[in-house]
Ligand binder design. Structure first.
Ligand code: FAD
Length: 216
């Protein structure tokens, strides 16, 4: 937002926005598959989204390492296999799936083998089902959508210091010092996710500020 020309922002607000922190990035993969992912677990075969982690320790360690700019070989993987339940996602008789892992913000490493190894552990035979794949590292994700800064899909770090106080500490985080400009992205409370609440709250704030008879 700071790059937008013509905004009437005082230096203090600019410098506070400038110290906003971004969190882990993601490495994203998409696959064309000859059959559904052969998860050993029947529950996983029936789920639209599967969170692969194996043990609590493994998940904890992999997530912790990312914040030290390191990776384990056994990261937590989020896998989505919507074509199993939605015919419009793949040609007849074929399947698609996508997955991501958390990686250090800005990482350009290729984590294909690590991701596919993790899925293979939960679904032996997975690699044999792969017809084609595409990958996006954090830089490619940001080029695709400039909102994914360093590959961060949450619009900013969601830790205790920025959970409700995003992008700055303010009783009205959707407003800016420029009364023509409001913020409604996941860089405002309650943060990332496709829940729509950031936009809903921002719209209410606009109505309250500019339409005197708005009461709910
Ligand atoms: C691979 C992936 C998986 C995800 N999985 C989930 C999930 O399972 N559940 C969940 O709740 N959330 C998930 N998310 C997160 C969720 O998508 C985001 O938190 C949410 O979309 C953020 O909404 P937003 O409106 O802030 O930004 P976005 O949805 O990113 O929208 C920003 C828009 O602005 C456009 N834009 C950016 N910069 C400019 C510019 N300079 N000029 C013009 N246009 C611009 C972008 O093209 C984009 O259309 C996922 C995200 C990704 C990338």
């Amino acid at each position: 937002m700071l790059k937008i020309q013509g905004l009437d922002f005082p230096d203090l607000y600019r410098s506070r926005l400038g110290s906003y922190k971004y969190g882990a990035g993601v490495f994203k993969m998409d696959w064309a598959l000859s059959q559904p992912i052969p998860f050993t677990s029947e529950k996983c075969r029936r789920a639209g989204t599967v969170h692969i982690g194996f043990t609590e320790d493994e998940i904890e360690q992999s997530e912790e390492q990312i914040h030290n700019k390191k990776m384990t070989d056994t990261p937590y993987v989020l896998v989505a296999q919507h074509s199993n339940f939605d015919d419009s996602r793949a040609p007849e008789g074929k399947y698609t799936a996508w997955a991501y892992i958390h990686v250090p913000n800005g990482s350009i490493k290729d984590f294909t083998t690590i991701v596919e190894n993790q899925i293979e552990r939960a679904a032996p035979g997975f690699k044999n089902c792969i017809l084609d794949r595409s990958t996006m590292n954090t830089v490619q994700l940001e080029a695709w959508n400039p909102n994914l800064v360093g590959g961060d899909i949450n619009g900013g770090k969601q830790d205790i210091t920025q959970l409700f106080t995003r992008p700055i500490v303010s009783i009205s985080p959707y407003s800016t010092p420029d009364e023509r400009v409001y913020i409604c992205s996941s860089s405002t409370p309650p943060g990332g996710g496709v829940h729509g609440m950031c936009g809903y709250n921002a719209a209410r704030k606009v109505l309250k500020d500019h339409f005197q008879d708005f009461s709910h």
